[in-house]
Design a protein around this ligand. Structure first.
Ligand SMILES: [Zn+2]
Length: 263
């Protein structure tokens, strides 16, 4: 199945819903990504083969979707929120790439309310014609557009170091960790150097052992928090998008990966 990254030139913005000219949103934003030429492929292809299949699609400037209006893309994300994500990931990159001996943990200060809105905005940009598609995206759209709105109740946002060169984007998939006992809906953004994992109504018995951003959030947009970065005890590269042992994952057609294009 071909990966769709653009629909009509004029259409409803994935975030504000206003029908107007659409612009390309880079996921992650420029300044975070180190990838230039990538091969985009369905997630099932990424998980199933070592090298990208011929069905993969080449993109010259990383992964991008023409789904946002200029205001949401350049102003809301580009001016208000992306700079926080960019500086946060730069700080982590500089540690990963220069430290001779990484500490078990470190703390990075960040304006977390802006940081999380940047991640949310790019999650919303994934997929053509998906304005407020589904409960999680509906609530995240409210959260993104209004700085006085609290992060959705029932939603958890995990994060961890992702020291790999590829990217994974999943919007609204079903996950079971222990056979068929309990399912939760999740979304996922993975790009060097971080993974962001949204879980809706996580079953209490799961006890996912990674750090979360949502408890650090507040209603004052400028509030700063010390974000803990763990360098040890990371999940395997393909968790949670690939089923392991007892788990099951149901992906939607839009789930995708991107790998650097080999010369
Ligand atoms: Zn918009």
């Amino acid at each position: 199945m071909r990966i769709i990254t653009r629909g009509a030139r004029i259409g409803p913005c994935n975030i504000c819903g206003i029908t107007q000219a659409l612009t390309e949103d880079h996921i992650p934003p420029k300044g975070v990504s180190r990838l230039s030429q990538v091969v985009m492929l369905n997630l099932t292809d990424l998980l199933g083969v070592e090298r990208p299949k011929k069905s993969g699609r080449i993109s010259q400037n990383g992964v991008k979707f023409r789904t946002l209006c200029a205001k949401c893309n350049n102003e809301r994300l580009g001016i208000h929120y992306d700079p926080t994500l960019i500086s946060f990931t730069r700080e982590i990159r500089s540690y990963l790439e220069s430290a001779l001996h990484l500490p078990p943990t470190m703390y990075v200060p960040s304006k977390v309310n802006r940081l999380v809105r940047s991640v949310v905005g790019h999650l919303l940009a994934h997929g053509v014609g998906e304005h407020r598609a589904g409960t999680m995206m509906d609530e995240l759209t409210n959260y993104f557009l209004d700085e006085s709105t609290a992060f959705p109740a029932g939603l958890k946002l995990y994060y961890w170091i992702y020291p790999y060169n590829d990217q994974v984007l999943v919007k609204g998939a079903g996950l079971s960790l222990h056979y068929w006992n309990a399912f939760a809906v999740f979304s996922l953004l993975k790009f060097y150097p971080l993974s962001f994992f949204f879980v809706l109504d996580e079953p209490p018995e799961w006890c996912i052992p990674y750090d979360r951003l949502d408890p650090l959030l507040s209603s004052a947009i400028e509030d700063e928090a010390m974000v803990r970065i763990n360098f040890h005890g990371l999940p395997v590269q393909r968790w949670p998008e690939a089923p392991v042992d007892t788990g099951t994952v149901f992906h939607c057609p839009g789930a995708m990966g991107a790998v650097p294009r080999m010369p």
